[in-house]
Ligand binder design. Structure first.
Ligand code: SF4
Length: 404
């Protein structure tokens, strides 16, 4: 079996470094003004250039998302940015809009093009169509089941296929939705979805505004539109058997902790799978790890469904048992201490886990000292403090604690 690519979202340089540290084969990033994500998850060309240099030095590929559905007014910026992306050089661009594909082919014909899942590719003829347009890889529509994915891979074996295996699911068909734009003027089609589908709604009759018709799925609220998150870690053998070569994780807007946890968990799973495919089983520890990051409960989505709507989630908020506590700045081998930068705040006695690429280590925070060597009881956001650690930890490794 060919080694598949583990493709991780990187909303900024810090997240890119985290993804690389914890096992990504490739990362994808947005380009300012041209990607379907809010500005907070987009990168300037300068950052992207630095990111690509760093990633390539580690053998990791970088794909730049310019998957906006361009208006005429976007074309000038696109004409300027496409040659700059090719010069970096980025490994591929992720695109949704046929106009952008035409521009790329005329300006930079050797720049590899990956077709975004937003283009909603659901059959082999559509794959051949995009192949004729010069597309090298297709991120298949999330609405496909694995049987259909396998049929497409068999029909068009020369096309690279990429599939989402983890992350939030959208109730709109391939993400085409105006609910967020309608409810609070922030459009999902411009990468700024406020997830209005997850809010609680009441149905009122005009003359009786204080007497809504309550549609309850259970005693908590009506969550008709709020999907659970996709998680296919238990089914990686079937996913790979379908013929996809790249496994994509959703979440350019998600936290650094999310990036670390999904990267290392799927890295462990893929390495186990590549070692002994026939003995693969989802280690319960992997699921425990995935429950520590933000999620709405997990589903296999459409992977084994014929034409089934995603399961909805009874969780109005994300489930998340742990949150980021600190980042490792340095390891002092002589003192057997790590210097960390605290996120939020840390109190002596808090139970803290250090995430290593291959292990999780519990650290005793009662022995926390400041940079002057004084034992302290509390550290605040951005404070630098030392904690004891008998083994080396890489710079950029994360520490987490239970949500308080
Ligand atoms: S509001 Fe909900 S259904 Fe619409 S794009 Fe956002 S996540 Fe998808």
């Amino acid at each position: 079996m060919k080694k598949p690519e583990l493709l991780i979202p990187a909303g900024n340089l810090e997240k890119m470094r985290t993804a690389i540290l914890y096992g990504a084969d490739a990362v994808y990033m947005g380009v300012t003004g041209l990607s379907l994500r809010a500005q907070s998850a987009e990168m300037s060309l300068a950052d992207l250039t630095n990111g690509v240099l760093e990633a390539h030095a580690c053998g990791v590929k970088v794909y730049a998302a310019i998957n906006t559905f361009a208006r005429n007014c976007d074309l000038e910026q696109a004409r300027r940015i496409i040659p700059e992306l090719a010069a970096i050089p980025i490994d591929a661009v992720i695109v949704s809009d046929p106009g952008m594909i035409r521009l790329i082919r005329s300006l930079e014909p050797h720049l590899p093009i990956h077709l975004s899942t937003q283009a909603n590719t659901t059959n082999a003829e559509a794959v051949r169509f995009w192949q004729d347009q010069g597309v090298k890889r297709i991120v298949l529509a999330r609405e496909l089941n694995l049987k259909e994915v396998g049929e497409i891979a068999a029909a068009v074996p020369e096309m690279e296929l990429e599939l989402f295996v983890h992350g939030a699911m959208c109730m709109a068909y391939s993400g085409r939705c105006y609910l967020s734009a309608y409810r609070n003027q922030r459009s999902a089609n411009e990468g700024d979805c406020t997830q209005a589908c997850r809010w609680e709604y009441l149905l009122s009759e005009l003359t009786r505004p204080g007497d809504p018709l309550v549609l309850e799925e259970d005693e908590r609220y009506s969550y008709l539109l709020s999907s659970k998150d996709l998680c296919l870690i238990d089914h990686l053998p079937e996913v790979l058997a379908s013929g996809v070569i790249s496994l994509k994780i959703e979440g350019r807007m998600k936290s650094t902790h999310y990036v670390a946890a999904v990267s290392r968990t799927y890295r462990w799973a893929l390495d186990a799978l590549m070692q002994k495919k026939e003995y693969y089983r989802c280690d319960p520890q992997w699921m425990e790890e995935l429950k520590k990051i933000s999620n709405r409960g997990y589903t296999t989505g459409f992977a084994f469904a014929e034409e089934k709507i995603n399961e909805t989630s009874p969780e109005i908020k994300y489930l998340q048992t742990h949150e980021l506590a600190a980042t490792v700045l340095q390891y002092d081998a002589a003192q057997k201490m790590i210097l960390i930068s605290v996120r939020n705040h840390l109190v002596a006695g808090d139970e803290v886990e250090l995430l290593l690429p291959d292990d999780t280590v519990t650290i005793d925070t009662r022995l926390m000292v400041d940079t002057e060597g004084n034992q302290i009881q509390k550290a605040n956001n951005d404070n630098q403090v030392y904690l004891p650690l008998t083994r080396e930890a890489p710079i950029g490794a994360l520490l987490r604690q239970k949500v308080k």
